[in-house]
Ligand binder design. Sequence first.
Ligand SMILES: [Zn+2]
Length: 145
Amino acid sequence: MPIQERIDSVDRVRQWTDTIPLKYVYTAGVAGQLFFEWLKKGKIEGSRCDTCKVTYLPPRMYCPQCFLEVHSFVHLANLGKVAALTSLGDAGPKYAFVTYSGVRGGILHRVFSGKARMGAKAVAIFKPERERRGSILDIVGFKIL
Ligand SMILES: [Zn+2]
């Protein structure tokens, strides 16, 4: 095909319809998977770098400070503190970022109490055991104490 015909044929193609078969599986990673398995059991666990003595929530497999693999996991008492609050409008649900003493990170989830305030103590409320699926939604939300 002469070059001008090829250019003309390219100019005529403005669009075409087709599909791109994209399939993917997004995993939570090793530490994330453990985190969700513990949630299914009604537990909140973090990972602890034995070198830096820092506990992370959600747990991590590698310490971002020293870049070493983390091998220790620790059970956290179900008593956190509201570190940040937000809401979806005046009448909308409130969400809190709840942190735990001595832990870097936290959990963002719904709050059930209108009296939520910064620094308030918060307890995670879990679904009944038979309804848990190993997801962050195994926590229904936080109750403010
Ligand atoms: Zn470390």
